[in-house]
Design a binder for this molecule. Structure first.
Ligand code: NAD
Length: 255
């Protein structure tokens, strides 16, 4: 039986990924701030260290899969918190569990990014380089000073995608695949919170994917399950948009 750590396993996409992996016969070690095998706060360095230590203990130091879903949307209580969870809550789990993955069977890791990471100009945000340079205090301060939750969200998703791609050469040589799935709008509590927020609700309702609907957590989880499986054994360092065509709509000639 393969063993996969899934963060954000209590809700939305993470819960759907955990359920589908379990139904396919895999053992899942869920991490979340509530209702999980490992309850931890991924917004703090201490919480992440505790999560990594507990996960290593639960899998006896050998891991076949890692799927990082835990994240916050633009309605989070601060921009710094978005950066802390969405970037450092993923990158530090990847770094902390890399050796365990290297000991696993045909190991694969996957990070949930976002179609928002492809928005024009996001790559130029100063907070992005601070995240990639692992300066958490400065990145959070920069995000809080900018006070633009959507930019913090998109910036954190862009940075975590670059983080994954920068690791492709090293992790490829260690035999660990690492990919990103970038969803569009998916019906989860995170999206619901944005829809209910007067700052974002109308814009989100008006930004409809070419398929004319939002995705479901199960639709994202099916792609994740495939990418984590041996059937996707040659997929590595790539970003897969699962967005009903939103990326095609907004970035027609860039891919
Ligand atoms: P969700 O709110 O349903 O689930 C997010 C999970 O992350 C929750 O269980 C929550 O408890 C957990 N989490 C948040 N902060 C945490 C912390 N500090 N420590 C531990 N766990 C924490 O949202 P979702 O839509 O399923 O989001 C999953 C991922 O998908 C996120 O990374 C999100 O950015 C991404 N995403 C979502 C959408 C969408 O439209 N729903 C679109 C693109 C990307």
């Amino acid at each position: 039986m393969t063993v996969t750590v899934v963060t954000g396993s209590a809700s939305g996409i993470g819960a759907a990924v955990a359920k589908q992996l379990q139904q396919a016969g895999h053992r899942v070690i869920g991490i979340d701030r509530r209702d999980a095998d490992i309850v931890a706060d991924l917004s703090t360095a201490e919480g992440r260290d505790a999560a990594v230590a507990a996960a290593l203990k639960a899998c006896n130091g050998v891991l076949d899969g890692l799927v990082c879903c835990a994240g916050l949307g633009p309605t989070a209580s601060s921009c710094g918190l978005i950066v802390a969870v969405n970037y450092f809550g993923m990158s530090e789990l990847v770094d902390g569990l890399g050796d365990a993955l290297a000991r696993g069977g045909k190991p694969a890791a996957l990070l949930i990014g976002s179609v928002a990471s492809a928005h024009p100009g996001i790559d130029k945000l100063p907070m992005v380089e601070l995240m990639l340079g692992r300066d958490e205090a400065a990145a959070k301060a920069q995000a809080d000073a900018m006070a633009n939750p959507q930019a913090a969200y998109a910036g954190s998703k862009y940075a975590i995608t670059v983080f994954a791609r920068r690791k492709a050469v090293e992790w490829g040589s260690r035999g660990i695949r690492l990919n990103v799935v970038a969803p569009g709008a998916v019906e989860t509590p995170l999206l619901q919170a944005s829809l209910s927020d007067p700052r974002y609700g109308e814009a989100i309702r008006n930004f409809v994917s070419p398929l004319g609907r939002n995705g479901s957590p199960d639709e994202i989880a099916k792609v994740v399950g495939f990418m984590q499986s041996e059937q996707a054994g040659f997929m590595h360092g790539t970003v897969v948009f699962v967005d009903g065509g939103m990326d095609a709509l907004t970035r027609l000639e860039r891919f």
